[in-house]
Write a protein that binds this ligand. Structure first.
Ligand SMILES: O=C(O)CCC(=O)C(=O)O
Ligand SMILES: [Fe+2]
Length: 270
């Protein structure tokens, strides 16, 4: 049983999430997975951010290297996919070392692809084709981008208290050069805010709500010049799954030779 590997609080919350799905199964519609209508998304309740808040109308304000397609998947497909992935993906809550101390990541995740050093830990090879739903999404998004995506990192945010901190996806495996990394991010379930800020501090942070079924594509210099995150929020009780499809380059296992002459720092996401 997949849940055996998840312990304590994490087990309780995953079990609750699965129970939630089991209860919803008896209903004809997974209404909670619909993007909130503007009337239910009260502005005053949303987390404050110094910067622009984007909606469908505002996506033209995203940097050129980021595109957002709100309805990549129709709602019925997104709902079905969310249910299936909750059943078949063995999500785990990993531990990461921060300042020498082991702490639990504030979300669950699963990796499908080649061996990858992510956030200071080694993700083992795990064939993406072993999950037909993932293979089919990979093929569809690859065709769209005209690029053979070969891996996916899946995050499960159990509710609004799960999050991912500021980071960029700029590990060596994702691109020998940091200015041509492609990350295609598909969101399912609860709508969550996604923020972008420039590394050089220029301009205001940008915030966009990622709806269920949406596809956000970061490419070009996004990972070189920007950081991104999904903040905590008190307003979300439902789970969200995010799949970030990536193209993993084969990286030699020899000692790394940093391109820019600097020592490669360990990138740790919280
Ligand atoms: O959940 C998201 O939308 C972003 C996830 C992310 O940035 C990552 O996995 O690297
Ligand atoms: Fe990321």
């Amino acid at each position: 049983m997949q849940l055996k590997c998840v312990k304590g609080d994490s087990l309780r919350r995953v079990t609750q999430t699965k129970l939630y799905f089991a209860q919803m199964k008896s209903k004809a519609e997974f209404g909670f997975l619909q993007p909130p209508s503007s009337s239910t998304t009260k502005k005053r309740n949303r987390p404050k951010v110094r910067g622009r808040r984007l909606s469908y109308e505002g996506v033209s304000s995203l940097p050129d290297c980021v595109t957002y397609e709100p309805a990549f998947l129709p709602p019925s497909h997104s709902e079905q996919l969310m249910k299936e992935l909750m059943e078949v993906i063995p999500f785990r809550q990993e531990e990461i070392k921060i300042f020498g101390k082991l702490v639990k990541e504030p979300r669950l995740c699963a990796w499908y692809g080649g061996a990858y050093k992510y956030s200071g830990r080694a993700l083992k090879e795990n064939p993406l084709d072993s999950v037909p739903q993932l293979a089919s999404l990979r093929d569809r998004i690859s065709r769209k981008l005209d690029l053979d995506l070969n891996s996916v990192l899946i995050n499960l945010y159990r509710d609004g208290s799960d999050y991912i901190g500021w980071h960029s996806d700029d590990e060596r495996e994702l691109g020998p050069s940091k200015d041509d990394i492609v990350v295609a991010s598909l969101s399912l379930g609860a709508a969550r805010d996604f923020r972008l800020k420039r590394k050089d501090g220029a301009g205001n942070p940008i915030s966009i709500t990622l709806e269920s079924g949406s596809l956000l594509i970061m490419r070009g210099e996004t990972q070189k010049l920007w950081k991104h995150m999904v903040p905590k929020t008190k307003n979300v009780q439902q789970p969200r799954i995010n799949l970030t499809f990536r193209f993993l380059h084969q990286v030699s296992t020899g000692s790394p030779t940093p391109k820019d002459g600097q020592t490669k720092r360990a990138i740790v996401r919280t």
